[in-house]
Ligand binder design. Structure first.
Ligand SMILES: Nc1ncnc2c1ncn2[C@@H]1O[C@H](COP(=O)(O)OP(=O)(O)OP(=O)(O)O)[C@@H](O)[C@H]1O
Ligand SMILES: [Mg+2]
Length: 173
């Protein structure tokens, strides 16, 4: 789904999704915690339905969903964003024809990654297999979850601290 340039997921259960009373009770509990502002961590043996449940809980919140898969190659910039490409601007002003004024500026262009987009727009973040990422890459989540602040590198154009949107919630699996 893409609204105003924001690419997020809108999830719906498939035809073969089974919702037994215990699963439903677990989902309701998880949503209650999320609504109260707590992140949820689903842990358990392989193949027991953590990812499926995380998607279902995210769908119940009816907010845009951002999905990230942990990866040991991840650095902080794979979560928050980084400098990609160069933006060059040239202004040629010849309004008074005997005067030619030119101005040229070049700067690197910052592109937000999924975590920053999720914080900015109040998404429900599903961070699947988050423990596959190295702890130093995931450090940025500490301030997001504890203080509600996303610390961004100084090189980012605009603010270097961003207050996390009040609808932002996180779930890991
Ligand atoms: N409630 C459900 N109804 C129907 N199928 C389900 C349900 N929960 C899980 N499954 C199915 O069980 C399989 C394993 O589920 P899932 O991948 O969510 O488990 P997981 O705990 O995330 O596994 P892993 O530890 O390998 O990441 C998938 O094929 C999924 O479609
Ligand atoms: Mg899984």
């Amino acid at each position: 789904m893409s609204d105003n340039g924001l690419t997020t997921l809108r999830l719906e259960p498939g035809d073969n999704f089974v919702l037994t009373p215990p699963i439903e009770a677990l989902c309701q509990r998880a949503v209650a915690y999320l609504d109260a502002g707590y992140p949820i961590h689903l842990a358990g043996p392989a193949g027991t339905g953590k990812t499926t449940l995380a998607m279902h809980i995210a769908a119940l919140r009816a907010k845009p969903v951002m999905l990230i898969y942990g990866d040991e190659e991840f650095g902080t910039s794979d979560l928050v964003g980084g400098e990609k490409g160069i933006l060059s601007k040239k202004l040629v002003d010849n309004f008074i024809h005997s005067v030619l004024k030119t101005e040229e500026s070049v700067r690197t262009q910052w592109v937000d990654n999924r975590l920053t987009t999720a914080c900015k727009n109040g998404c429900t973040l599903v961070y699947d297999e988050f423990s596959r990422s190295r702890p130093e890459a995931n450090n940025v989540l500490l301030a997001i979850l504890e203080e509600g602040v996303l610390a961004l590198p100084e090189s980012r154009f605009g603010e270097s601290y961003m207050r996390v949107h009040s609808d932002f919630r996180a779930r890991t699996g």
